[in-house]
Design a protein around this ligand. Structure first.
Ligand SMILES: NC(=O)c1ccc[n+]([C@@H]2O[C@H](COP(=O)([O-])OP(=O)(O)OC[C@H]3O[C@@H](n4cnc5c(N)ncnc54)[C@H](O)[C@@H]3O)[C@@H](O)[C@H]2O)c1
Length: 252
């Protein structure tokens, strides 16, 4: 039986991590072939061994344009073209602005925001060649709605929301769609710096109970279906959107 992504050729970054790995698993389950770009060579090869023949690993540091260009070139070579770029790699650092260091600000922007520019820039010629394409940018609810201790992280993720809208308008004539995913709390170790800042796991649970209409965090596998939808042709008329997937927080 054909899957929703049969024949699709996808590059995804940050897919040895929690949310990215679930997205990678779902892409393959729906018939896509994928290239995973991430920092750690050994962990990347282990994930690819787990996912099977439809997955391939290329080491990348998304803070370097040359490294991202290499990921796209080697990814396109292995895939035989490109239909979807999913930019999921991300970094979290929290702290009050008065003692926040420039190095941490720059690190957040390099991974969470500037990397999206590198990826899109080098993927676009290949997406144009395919006649259509989808770029999926990982943002966050923090990019739409701030929180204490999250100034730099929120700013970097807000940049992705604006980048997504502007790029979508630029690429619409090429039939290349650009959308962003904005999850709220997802239950992964990624949030530990924010949890520490708010005073530990109990304080986090109280905050979630008070703020999240659905009353809990998401699981990583609850974000993956949105990746699949945005990669698939069924979303052919969807572009320039930043989708909250947050248990109702944004409108709560
Ligand atoms: N967990 C949440 O609550 C949450 C909420 C909203 C958005 N997000 C976003 O979802 C994405 C994935 O988060 P996660 O929870 O799975 O975290 P994670 O830490 O498990 O995954 C992040 C991935 O990015 C990779 N990465 C980091 N820096 C990199 C670099 N310089 N080059 C290449 N790869 C790099 C890591 O190796 C890792 O595989 C991130 O962009 C994050 O900002 C997470």
């Amino acid at each position: 039986m054909a899957g929703r992504l049969t024949g699709k050729r996808i590059i995804i970054t940050g897919a040895i991590g929690n949310i990215g790995k679930e997205a990678a698993r779902s892409f393959i389950a729906e018939g896509a072939r994928i290239v995973i770009g991430d920092l750690a060579e050994e962990a990347g090869r282990a994930v690819v061994a787990e996912l099977g023949d439809a997955a391939h690993f290329v080491q990348v540091d998304v803070t370097s344009e040359a490294s991202v260009a290499n990921l796209i070139a080697r990814g396109v070579e292995w895939l035989g073209g490109l239909d979807v770029l999913a930019q999921n790699a991300g970094l979290q650092r929290s702290g009050p602005i008065a003692s926040f260091e420039q190095a941490d600000w720059d690190a957040l922007f390099a991974v969470n925001a500037r990397a999206h520019f590198f990826g899109a820039k080098h993927a676009i010629p290949h997406l144009r060649q395919s006649g259509k394409g989808s770029i999926i940018n990982m943002s966050s609810l923090a990019g739409k709605r701030g929180g204490p201790g999250l100034v730099a992280y929120s700013a970097s993720k807000g940049a992705v929301v604006a980048f997504t809208a502007a790029l979508a308008l630029e690429l619409a004539p090429d039939n290349i769609r650009v959308n962003a995913i904005c999850p709220g709390w997802v239950d992964t170790a990624f949030n530990q710096p924010a949890i520490d800042y708010m005073g530990g796991a109990d304080a986090q649970q109280q905050k979630i109970a008070a703020l999240v209409p659905l009353g809990r965090q998401a699981r990583s596998d609850e974000i993956a279906p949105l990746f699949v939808y945005l990669a698939a042709d069924e979303s052919a008329y969807v572009t320039a959107q930043s989708f909250s997937i947050d248990g109702g927080v944004y409108n709560g």
